[in-house]
Design a protein around this ligand. Structure first.
Ligand code: SF4
Length: 334
């Protein structure tokens, strides 16, 4: 068992995780509908139960939105998620074909499913569309994997680690060993939407993060067992998900969308100088005026100089570089 680039694993990463770890995977959320009601489900209230599509944080109205978002983050692959993606399997196949025909066969695509709907007919459709990897959210019902195991796609199990769940997890490892498939263990975490349900099930969180206390400890025990059984297993912590993968994804997007005068800091946030309002100054000085946010946007030094020249207030802004960018931090500079 070893640590690699903040992740803990028994062997190499599954293919789908390599690009994800580099922040190079587009997160394609294809529906908020699901066949299940897992008490720990982290999906936001905005998406849960609704038949909505998002490419990263961008709402998708048509296929062009998906391609645009993939280009804006310089994506090298995609992870298809939900909800239960197989409730809209034809939509999923269309998106896979769209992405593969636009970015080429090497654009790696993996998909998450609860598994109940991974019938022979559905997995055949997915394979024909070009899906590279399929991950099942199963603790039992291993028979659901049988149709996928007959295909040429990479197959694995990806599940959250619930404290106290050792017996079920051990059986999952045994199944992975028997079928020679990979196992991804996710650190269980609190989200805005599952908070009450998690508390009701006796979950507690660590002092400074949303991670469930005891989830990592059990995951490491499972990894040790997986290593003994020769299973390729990997633990994806809350820190890796939010601190590594997300930061890297933001950085990729920021570097594509930033204006020439903006900078990207080490956390992937865009750094700029801002003066609220004052359209007339922007016009006079030939500066960019953001009409949506009603403010002058330029580099920090120029904002400082302009503020001094016209006796107005200027700010240094750190912007979160998502589809609808928002100010993460705004501090006065003069
Ligand atoms: S299968 Fe996934 S999306 Fe569906 S309820 Fe469970 S955690 Fe949520």
């Amino acid at each position: 068992m070893r640590e690699r680039d903040h992740a803990i694993l028994t062997d190499g990463f599954p293919k789908g995780c390599i690009l994800c770890h580099r922040g190079a995977k587009l997160v394609l959320f294809v529906t908020g509908r699901c066949t299940e009601k897992c008490w720990y489900c982290p999906i936001s209230l905005e998406r849960a139960g609704k038949d909505v599509v998002y490419a990263n944080e961008r709402p998708v109205r048509n296929d062009r939105d998906i391609i645009k978002e993939a280009k804006e983050m310089n994506a090298l692959g995609a992870g298809i998620t939900g909800g239960e993606p197989l409730l809209v399997v034809d939509r999923v196949c269309r998106y896979i074909e769209l992405l593969k025909s636009t970015f080429g066969k090497r654009f790696h695509i993996h998909l998450y499913t609860y598994g109940k709907l991974a019938t022979e007919e559905n997995v055949e459709k997915l394979e024909q569309a070009g899906l590279d990897e399929i991950r099942f959210h199963v603790f039992e019902h291993f028979e659901w994997l049988e149709p996928a195991l007959k295909t040429n796609m990479d197959v694995g199990i990806e599940i959250p680690v619930i404290p106290g769940d050792w017996k079920r997890l051990k059986r999952v490892v045994d199944f992975c060993a028997e079928k020679d498939i990979f196992l991804n263990l996710n650190e269980l975490e609190f989200s805005d939407s599952n908070w009450k349900r998690m508390k009701r099930h006796g979950m507690k969180h660590d002092e400074y993060t949303n991670a469930v206390t005891g989830s990592k400890k059990l995951a490491l025990k499972v990894l040790r067992y997986a290593e003994k059984r020769g299973v390729k297993a990997h633990f994806c912590s809350v820190f890796v998900k939010h601190g590594v993968q997300l930061t890297r994804r933001l950085k990729r997007r920021a570097n594509v969308i930033k204006k020439p005068w903006e900078k990207v800091n080490r956390y992937g946030l865009i750094v700029k100088g801002v003066i609220d309002g004052h359209k007339e100054i922007a016009k006079k000085e030939g500066l960019y005026y953001n009409r949506k946010k009603k403010r002058i946007e330029t580099d920090v030094e120029t904002a400082r100089k302009i503020a001094k020249k016209y006796s107005v207030k200027a700010w240094k802004v750190l912007e979160w570089p998502v589809y609808e960018p928002w100010d993460f931090e705004k501090s006065p500079i003069g």
